[in-house]
Design a protein around this ligand. Sequence first.
Ligand code: AQP
Length: 341
Amino acid sequence: TPRVFSGVQPTGNLHLGNYLGAVRRFVAMQDEYPCIYCVVDLHAITVWQDPVELTQATHNVTAAYLAAGIDPKRSIVFNQSRVTAHAELAWIFNCVARMGWLNRMTQFKEKAGKDRENASAGLFVYPNLMAADILAYQATHVPVGEDQKQHLELTRDIAQKFNHDYSERLASLGYGEDGMFPMTEPIIQGPATRVMSLRDGSKKMSKSEASDASRINLTDDADMIAQKIRKAKTDPEPLPSELKGLEGRAEADNLVGIYAALANTTKDAVLAQYGGQGFSAFKPALAELAVEVLAPMNDEMRRLVADPGHLDAVLADGAARANEIAAPILHDVKRVVGFVT
Ligand code: AQP
């Protein structure tokens, strides 16, 4: 049975990249699939988080989910640490995944930086926890940004190795040829699967980047959004009329992609409209569109964050429903492995 799972880390303010690459996709998928959307607090602490800020950020991400249009009645919204299956299955996957696989993960290399000896062990095994998040629900589809592609491949490797290593056992317990874990598909779609920094077209827009001017936060007000777009790095050429003309123009490509995603259209269509025009015309149009889409969400987020009791109730209800799905799956995993349950 098809099932969607995805998550966002409560590590700071959500930005336009998180929204266009992930959260906006989450909203759309609710119409087609049963969906589970997690605030992944266990992932967040792989790098140091101030406890007070972690609690706040968990509320902020929950508010952003709801303000963006995730319906907590239809979909399951909860925070990861509340459902113990994630951590339990992650441990089993720590024993399935190979060191060599994890050594190839580019996100670990980027986040650990030069001081690898000082990175947390959790940061290294982060992809195993992500596999557990997904497979604890036997999820078949995972909407994510481009940067998560490699982790999704690892999830499939883990599922495949588990199904293979325990194939005899799985057969004896009545499982078919395909084993117990599905080959999960990443859903990486649309014109903004990798939103870049507004200051540097070679870097991904990111929460942890020091310069706030590099990103549009979902908490930015209309003036701030307009100002950041006005100051975004560009080149002096007018926009091309065809996609080919964006090659080698990372900053221009990025702004066109953002416009297309916000307008629910394609980069081709944006260029058909703005080709030949300079950024002095395009940037104000983009700013206006961004404000039109983001301002109502911003208002709604503010309203929601002012009532943490409501957000906590949503998370508690979501956790209970998530647990109902994950607990029997985890129980089966334990039987497969041979634990006395
Ligand atoms: N720039 C981006 N463009 C498109 N999608 C993006 N995502 C993140 N950045 C972009 C997608 O957002 C989802 C949630 O990401 P996350 O919170 O798990 O953390 P991340 O990918 O590490 O995001 P950041 O902003 O870069 O956080 P920091 O700076 O804390 O590491 C994912 O689906 C991700 O693909």
